[in-house]
Design a protein around this ligand. Structure first.
Ligand code: ACO
Length: 322
C-alpha cells in the first residue's frame, strides 16, 4: 500500500460537563467581581466536572460526537492521540482508557502532554503518522479537568480555568487537509506557569495546584502566537489576508484580540468561545473549532489557522485547508 499523501479533518466534536460555575458564583468564593473577570479575560462562566467524572469521560463524549460527525464507528479508528495535563491516573494513559470506553482493541493510543498547546501537538503528531502511512484514521482529542489542579483560594488563577473536551477525526486523504504544522518549546520558561507537585512515596510531594506569573505569560503568549502565525503562512506562500478563521488557544479574549490586532486579522475572523468555558487548556482549540464548524462559519475550502501556547513553554500552529 502506498503512503497516503495528506490528512484531513473528517469530523469535529466537543463536550462540556453539566455544572456551570458563573463569575457571580465565584464572587462568593474569592475576592473578585464579574466585572473584573469579564474586563480582564472575557470569561463569563466555566464548567466543572462532577465528582468522579474524569478526563477520559469528557473525552469519550467529545470523541463520540466527532465520530458521528464523520459518519464513522469507533472500530474505524486505528490511532488515538489524547492531549491532557490532567490525566485520569499516572498510568495507563487517558488515551488507553478512552480506547477501552470506545470498545476499540486495535491500533495505537497514547497521551501527549504539552499543556495548553497539547491539541496542536497532538494534531501535528497524528498528521505525521497518517502522512507516513502508519495509520489511516485518528481520533485526536484534547480533554482536561483543570478544576482539580486549581487553588480555589487564589483569585489570580482559579477564575481563569474550566473543564471540557474537544475532538477531531483525522483521516488519510489525497488532498490536504492539514497544510503544515509547526511546533516549538523552550523549557527556560518552566517557572512562569507550572503545577509543581508530583507523586512519590505514596503521596503528593510539593504543591499540586497551578502557579502562574500572569503578566509574563500574557507577553510571551502574544509574541509567540504572532511569530507562529507568520511562520505557518510563509511556509505555505500565504498571507495573513488569506486566513478565513483564526482559532487560537482560548485562554483569554485579550490575548486573542491583541494577537489578532498585531497580525492584522479582523475580529470577525477570530473564533472566540472562552466566554462560555474559560481556559480548558488542551481542550480549548477543538472546543472552539467544533463550535465554528457546527454553526456553519467554517466552510469547505476555508483556510483555518490553529494556534496553541501553554506551559513548558510550548507553542505552535497547524494550518488547514478545510
Ligand atoms: N479579581 C479581582 N482582582 C484580581 C483578580 C481577580 N480574580 N486577580 C488578580 N486581581 C488583582 C491583583 O491582585 C492586582 O491587584 P493589586 O493591583 O492590588 O496588586 C490587580 O488585580 C491587577 O493584577 P494584574 O495581575 O496586574 O492584572 P492583569 O491586568 O495583568 O490581569 C491576568 C491578570 C488576567 C491574569 C492577565 O495577566 C492575563 O491574562 N495573563 C495571561 C494569563 C492566562 O491567560 N493564563 C492562562 C494560562 S496560560 C495559557 O493558557 C497560555
Amino acid at each position: 500500500m502506498s503512503a497516503p499523501a495528506r490528512s484531513r479533518i473528517a469530523g469535529t466534536g466537543s463536550h462540556l460537563p453539566a455544572r456551570v460555575l458563573t463569575n457571580r458564583d465565584l464572587e462568593s468564593m474569592v475576592d473578585t467581581t464579574d466585572e473584573w473577570i469579564v474586563a480582564r479575560t472575557g470569561i463569563r462562566e466555566r464548567r466543572i466536572a462532577a465528582d468522579g467524572e474524569t478526563t477520559s469521560d469528557l473525552a469519550l463524549a467529545a470523541a463520540r460526537n466527532a465520530l458521528a460527525a464523520a459518519g464513522l464507528r469507533p472500530g474505524d479508528i486505528d490511532l488515538i492521540v489524547l492531549a491532557t495535563s490532567t490525566p485520569d491516573m499516572v498510568f495507563p494513559s487517558s488515551a488507553c482508557l478512552l480506547q477501552k470506553k470506545l470498545g476499540i482493541r486495535h491500533g495505537a493510543a497514547f497521551d501527549v502532554q504539552a499543556v495548553c498547546s497539547g491539541f496542536v501537538y497532538a494534531l501535528a503528531t497524528a498528521d505525521q503518522f497518517i502522512r507516513s502511512g502508519m495509520h489511516r484514521r485518528a481520533l485526536v482529542v484534547g480533554a482536561e479537568v483543570f478544576s482539580r489542579i486549581l487553588d480555589w483560594k487564589d483569585r489570580g488563577t482559579c477564575v481563569l480555568f474550566g473543564d471540557g473536551a474537544g475532538a477531531v477525526v483525522l483521516e488519510a486523504s489525497p488532498e490536504p487537509g492539514i497544510l503544515s504544522s509547526h511546533l516549538h518549546a523552550d523549557g527556560a520558561y518552566a517557572d512562569i506557569l507550572n503545577t509543581p507537585g508530583h507523586v512519590s512515596g505514596g503521596g503528593v510531594t510539593g504543591d499540586p495546584t497551578l502557579k502562574m506569573d500572569g503578566g509574563a505569560v500574557f507577553k510571551l503568549a502574544v509574541r509567540v502566537l504572532e511569530e507562529s502565525a507568520h511562520e505557518a503562512l510563509s511556509a505555505n506562500g500565504l498571507a495573513v489576508a488569506d486566513v478565513d478563521w483564526f482559532v487560537a488557544h482560548q485562554a483569554n479574549v485579550r490575548i486573542i484580540s491583541h494577537t489578532a490586532r498585531k497580525l492584522g486579522i479582523p475580529p470577525e475572523k477570530c473564533v472566540v468561545t472562552v466566554d462560555r468555558h474559560a481556559n480548558t487548556s488542551a481542550a480549548s482549540i477543538p472546543l472552539a473549532l467544533d463550535v465554528a464548524a457546527r454553526d456553519g462559519r467554517i466552510k469547505r475550502g476555508d483556510l483555518v489557522l490553529l494556534e496553541g501556547v501553554g506551559g513548558g513553554f510550548t507553542w505552535g500552529s497547524v494550518l488547514i485547508r478545510w
